[in-house]
Structures are given as structure tokens and as C-alpha cells.
Design a protein around this ligand. Sequence first.
Ligand SMILES: [Ca+2]
Ligand SMILES: [Ca+2]
Ligand SMILES: [Ca+2]
Length: 204
Amino acid sequence: MLEYILLIVGFGSGSASSAASLIESPLITDRGEWGLYEECPPEMYVYGFQLLSEPDQGAFGDDTALNGIYLLCVHLAANRNIPGLLGWGPSSTEVVTISSTVGPEGYTRGIFQCPVSSWAIGFDLRVDYEHGIMYDDTAANNFKMRCTAGRDLEGDAEPWGEWYGFRTCPAGHVICGIQTQVEEVGTSDDTTLNNIKLGCCQPI
Ligand SMILES: [Ca+2]
Ligand SMILES: [Ca+2]
Ligand SMILES: [Ca+2]
């Protein structure tokens, strides 16, 4: 929880956006408010992610599934000029994490990284549609990242719902920012993360 607060304070409001465009998840569910758009610092771009998700709470527990997406930013120079560097990752001071709003449930999962020298250029969001008042809804369940190396990384969150297809940045652009729509917990049937918009920047 402390980490969550620090991330919001540290990167929630900073320099102006340099995104040329936003790619958005299709509107399958629409609960909650949009958080602040967060962007990688200048000359840093997204190359990986880590998910925050709540595991199955069982037949009588309220599930929220995917709560948040942490995007990992690294310097253009670091990613391109040090191929094969061992130990680079979120423990490195060269990596900055951005997330916009994150729900409070679950735990952080594994770290997924595009191959060295490649960047994130698209995403797919797995979403479960609204099942109505008698059923437990979860909205977003899992996340995939598309990398420039022609590789897709599938996250390790929850299995409900379905994939709706990749959204990708315009040619020559890579992912550099994130904005999330998250339903606050506290109602009878919570869903937390519902939709995302990712910023696309043209590397300098
Ligand atoms: Ca349940
Ligand atoms: Ca429901
Ligand atoms: Ca629920």
C-alpha cells in the first residue's frame, strides 16, 4: 500500500504530456472514474510491465481480478546501447514505473520485459462483460503487451472474460504513458480496473 501511494505522489503530476496519440481499450465495461495520465520521464519509454491482480475469491467472495498495470520505463540509450546487460530491470535505478490509478486488492505478479532493444508498441486487455445484479463482476482481468521485436507478452492475472484484440501505436511510435479507469471499492460488487488509455510517443 505504501508503494502505491509513493507511485502516485512521485509520478502522478509532472511534466506536460508528450504523447502524440492515445490508444484505448474498447468500452466493454464502464465503471469508475479516470485517473491522472502518467508518462515516462523525457527520453524514457515503456519496455515492460507488472500486474496487480486479486486471485479468485471463490463462489461467495467478491472478485475484482485485475486492479492495476505498472508500466516499466527505461532510457532510450540504456535499452539500445547495452545489449545483453544482465540484471537490468525494476531493481535498477534506470527504470521508472508509471501506473495511473491502481485498485487496492490483490498482489503484484511477475515482471514481463520486451527483448533488449525493443519497445512496447501495443496492448490487448482481457475483459469480462457485465453479468448483472445477480452475478459477481470483475471487468478487466489480464493484459498483453506487443513489442517491436514481433513478440507478445501475456500477463499472469485472471482468466475470466475474453481478449478483444490488440491496439497499437502509429508507426514509429512507442508506448510512453498510461491512464486508467478504476472503480472504487466499497460497493456491493466491485470491479476495480475497467479501461485503459496508453500514450504513444515518437522516440527522440
Ligand atoms: Ca467470486
Ligand atoms: Ca454484478
Ligand atoms: Ca466483483
